[in-house]
Design a protein around this ligand. Structure first.
Ligand SMILES: Nc1ncnc2c1ncn2[C@@H]1O[C@H](COP(=O)(O)OP(=O)(O)OP(=O)(O)O)[C@@H](O)[C@H]1O
Ligand SMILES: [Mg+2]
Length: 300
């Protein structure tokens, strides 16, 4: 038994290195990431949705510009942020956004108590904005972007993750190169291409235009992302955001589906790749992102 001496607690309970302090830190791991907002300067909003806002900011600790994603502070955004951080920690690829850090802001200041993620800043244009401004993308550029997105998806799937929200909004183009981001609704899967039922999955993807039918039944695997990339390819080459709600719901209900028609702007060879990627039957799609990449690469 340790006795308190008149001069204060015994040595083993004193100071930041004491066993008591160590135990307290173990018991309160969430406090370790608390950060003062003054670490970031020149904060400027880039965009955001229901889960969080993304800012460009100078990070004084890293001495450089970063993308700072700050949670809305709701329960679902907390889960989404933890999801995104968990996924990005496992992935390292030039065409996927890099997670540089994460934490919670201390109670003082505008973002008091909110979670944040620090990511590398991509100075470029969002593919959604690019398509809205300029319409369709010429094949050589689309080919380059799509091949890079296949590489990104290969890395994601190799890490045992399905993105589940591949769409132009979640792709940045910078100096001709594509970066995939926004892993808020991603899911872990045991094996890359074996279907996983999402028991109790908290989130559906935000936009059904690019969503595979199996997602509505709470299932997914790497081929779910291949479907979405096929829809992105279709949008890039036709210049149209094609609502697929009717087709999607028909597929989910098991109704016989008319084959998706080729838009006049899309050449036949490219359309064959799209058709295979977006087949309602998951087993008929490309088996992997690298297989889809090879098909795209084969078209000059
Ligand atoms: N690393 C980055 N570099 C530059 N801009 C980014 C970066 N990350 C996000 N952005 C911009 O911020 C916008 C919102 O980002 P993101 O898609 O991650 O959030 P979100 O759509 O609100 O997602 P969620 O609703 O899941 O939180 C993007 O559309 C993009 O324009
Ligand atoms: Mg997004």
């Amino acid at each position: 038994m340790h006795q308190y001496s008149p001069g204060g607690p015994p040595e083993h309970l004193k100071g930041p290195g004491s066993r008591l302090m160590h135990r307290l830190r173990e018991l309160m791991p969430s406090r370790q990431g608390f950060e003062d907002v003054s670490r970031f300067r020149g904060i400027e909003r880039l965009g955001g949705g229901c889960m969080g806002d993304v800012y460009r900011a100078y990070d004084s600790q890293r001495d450089g510009l970063v993308a700072l994603k700050v949670s809305k502070g709701t329960t679902s955004s907390k889960v989404s942020f933890e999801n995104e951080a968990r996924a990005l920690t496992r992935i390292s690829h030039t065409n996927v956004v890099r997670l540089l850090g994460s934490g919670v802001f201390s109670d003082e200041g505008a973002f008091g108590g909110r979670q944040f993620l620090i990511m590398n800043i991509i100075e470029g244009v969002n593919l959604k904005d690019r398509l809205a401004m300029e319409g369709r993308v010429e094949w050589p550029e689309a080919r380059h972007t799509l091949m890079q997105l296949c590489d990104a998806l290969s890395a994601v799937h190799d890490a045992g993750i399905v993105h589940r929200d591949v769409k132009p909004d979640n792709v940045m183009i910078s100096q001709g190169n594509a970066t995939l981001f926004d892993f808020g609704v991603s899911e872990r899967i045991a094996s890359r291409y074996s279907m996983r039922r999402l028991m109790g999955s908290r989130f559906g993807p935000g936009n059904l235009d690019y969503t595979a039918p199996e997602v509505v039944n709470g299932r997914c695997d790497g081929r779910t992302d291949i479907f979405s990339l096929g829809m992105v390819m279709r949008h890039m080459l036709s210049g149209k955001a094609l609502l697929n709600d009717v087709w999607l719901m028909g597929s989910v209900m098991g109704a016989p589906q008319e084959p998706i028609r080729r838009d006049a702007e899309i050449p036949e060879a490219q359309f064959r790749i799209i058709s295979r990627a977006i087949d309602a039957s998951i087993d008929k799609r490309f088996h992997s992102a690298s297989e889809m990449k090879a098909a795209i690469a084969a078209l000059p």
